[in-house]
Design a protein around this ligand. Sequence first.
Ligand code: M6R
Length: 366
Amino acid sequence: ELGTYDHYMQKEIFEQPDALANTLEMVGAAKSLQPGLFGADAEGLLKGVRQVLILACGTSWHAGLVARYWLEAIAGIPCAVEIASEYRYRESVPDPETLVVTISQSGETADTLAALQHAKALGMRRTLAVCNVPESSLVRETALRFITRAGPEIGVASTKAFTTQLAALYLLTLVMAKLRGRLDAAAEARELQALRHVPAAVQAVLALEPAIKTWAQLFGAKQHTLFLGRGRHYPIALEGALKLKEISYIHAEAYPAGELKHGPLALVDKEMPVIAVAPNDALLEKLKSNLQEVRARGGELFVFADADSEIADSEGVHVLRLPEHYGALSALLHVVPLQLLSYHVALVKGTDVDKPRNLAKSVTVE
Ligand code: M6R
């Protein structure tokens, strides 16, 4: 089953262009997006929604955090994202006009299922699952669904499930934007065009593997790593840190770069590598000054930039460039090199990549 790959995680990282092409199959020939993508009753249930509440765990929660930026900026709808195990035990203020979106690769995560049941018990009936397993418990319990077509994910570290969840959540954003009169036909055509190009764009990012492998050598002896990102790339920094700690057992933390000066900068010295997710977007200039703060304390920087970013290699600053800047969807591209980095660091450390210690693929207990 592994074919030419050494591990499922590696195979699943490289399957992403196909997983995305399958998940986005319906945009191939489509001239427009229809709410029906999310189920027969979708139009009725999605119309009049006042806010979105996303519930998930782990990597799926990170996908939700990215979606919040999209839903608020593009669809203009307020969005909250909560860790399922927190939501289910919290006294919250329910609003029946909320769309509750649960995200899960397996659809069997106990905390996510319980959070959904809690939301339903509070009177919220507009429920949607973004899930990779069509016959899962989660899909059975929601009114609406979008099935990602990543194919079976075996490695404990989630990779292709994440990027296909992002694709699904972007489609949801566009459908919501359209229902709310915020996406005209020309913008919709542009968005569909961008989505069609996503598999090829991810393929081009995968070609960075040899350079990332070289970087990975430098992490084998490190105890700690800091990941920085801003805006919708902050959740990507969180995801990079989760991948690294999960499979290489290196302590990793992620911060929105603007928070550095409020505490974590105290940790930075030459022993602390700092990984920056630095796409060429409106926040790049701000991020660059955060990175100077790191350099000034002797921290070694590993920067994932875009082809046209004005960030150059210099003493203590290593820069890798993604082939193109991809606008709103760039979060989907920028996670891929972080997946590859954690994979190669784990190889350097000799850990069990597909079955990291203490973890299960599907967490069906509380
Ligand atoms: O199956 P789910 O998406 O509900 O799983 C949620 C988390 O347990 C999962 O994403 C976990 O964090 C992964 N091991 C991360 O790589």
